[in-house]
Design a protein around this ligand. Structure first.
Ligand code: NAP
Length: 315
């Protein structure tokens, strides 16, 4: 049963453990809460007033209310916390101010109010791109902020995370249903990872002995680099559809379309930023993750089987 303090504003009740998960109701957060629940440890899940708490049903999480953008609201949830799993993030926003507020300012405010000795923070492999989006810039600024702090901090950099209810999966499903899919010629390969594998890495980072903490962020690359057309076709097959025909289009032509769309709509489906993101391949290195976290990611077929084995968790 999921629990909740009788009065969320009161001192967080004793016996709720010393681990706090932020972003608990998110794609990754749900998997982390399930993994913690399976270990039968007591932990707190940070939820907002508006959060869909039933997503954490069955994880045994103690709901602790707070909003990362209102730092003082976090004080009851942070009381006595020794391990902070900071997963909350804005994955869909393109607004630089909102991204800075969430990834940089809110992270700094959270850590200033926390006495946690171990902090695991989720960044993104996009920080390694040459053409960084506002999202990647804010994650990099967050990493720089964390590097200056005297704490036991482990930063993880996952690539595209797939799992039930993943927005990346939803986007792939939309294109996989089309008869013909235009793809920019020379698109970079992707290294998707299973949400459960990333959750296991978060818990392994939490357990890492103090003398084995890495001095730099840990990449969590997928098992194989997959070309975009292969990824789209695999999603079509996993859903029982016919594979779409992939049409490689010179990216200069697609840039023209993106520019035109940008003048017509403030949130175009195809943007220059998105094209640049598609073009570039992030060359991450899984060696440190293997050695320190026992990282052994699932292959694409296993990931997709996992995605379609259970119904999407409400998002
Ligand atoms: N998804 C990916 O492919 C991917 C890839 C690389 C890195 N990452 C990073 O991994 C982390 C988890 O991503 P995800 O896909 O699980 O994200 P997600 O599904 O969008 O979940 C975001 C979580 O953050 C919470 N949150 C947002 N604003 C908040 C606020 N002001 N106060 C408190 N909580 C707030 C949300 O709570 P509500 O339920 O209340 O909205 C939700 O629990 C993020 O840091 C993301 O940047 C994700």
């Amino acid at each position: 049963m999921t629990q909740q303090p009788a009065n969320p504003k009161s001192r967080v009740a004793r016996g709720t453990g010393n681990i706090l998960v932020t972003g608990a109701t998110g794609l990754l957060g749900r998997a982390v809460c399930q993994a913690l629940g399976a270990r039968k440890v007591k932990f707190r899940a940070l939820v907002r007033v508006s959060s869909q708490r039933d997503l954490l049903q069955g994880t045994n999480a103690w709901m602790a209310e707070g909003d990362l953008l209102r730092p003082d609201s976090l004080l009851p949830a942070l009381e006595g916390v020794e391990v902070l799993l900071h997963l909350a993030g804005l994955v869909r926003s393109k607004d630089p101010a909102a991204l800075q507020a969430m990834h940089v300012d809110a992270t700094r405010d959270l850590l200033e109010r926390s006495t946690a000795r171990r902090v695991v923070v989720v960044s993104s492999d996009t920080v390694e791109r040459t053409h960084r989006s506002a999202y990647a810039d804010s994650k990099l600024a967050m990493e720089e902020l964390l590097a200056g702090l005297d704490r036991e901090i482990v930063i993880l950099r996952p690539p595209m995370i797939l799992g039930p209810g993943s927005p990346h999966l939803a986007a792939l499903e939309r294109v996989a249903r089309l008869p013909i899919v235009p793809v920019p010629a020379g698109s970079g390969r992707r290294r998707p990872v299973w949400v459960g594998d990333v959750a296991d890495a978060v818990l392994a980072a939490m357990d890492l002995p103090s003398d084995q903490l890495p001095g730099r962020p840990i990449d969590l690359p997928g098992a194989f680099a997959v070309p975009l057309p292969t990824l789209i076709k695999a999603v079509a097959r996993a859903q029982g559809h016919r594979e779409p025909r992939i049409l490689e289009v010179p990216s200069t032509a697609l840039r023209g379309v993106a520019r035109a769309l940008q003048t017509l709509r403030s949130e175009p489906l195809l943007s220059i930023e998105r094209l640049e993101g598609l073009a570039e391949e992030v060359m991450s290195d899984g060696k440190m993750a293997r050695h320190r976290l026992g990282w052994k990611p699932r292959v694409l077929e296993e990931i997709l089987a996992g995605c379609y084995a259970a119904p999407a968790a409400g998002r």
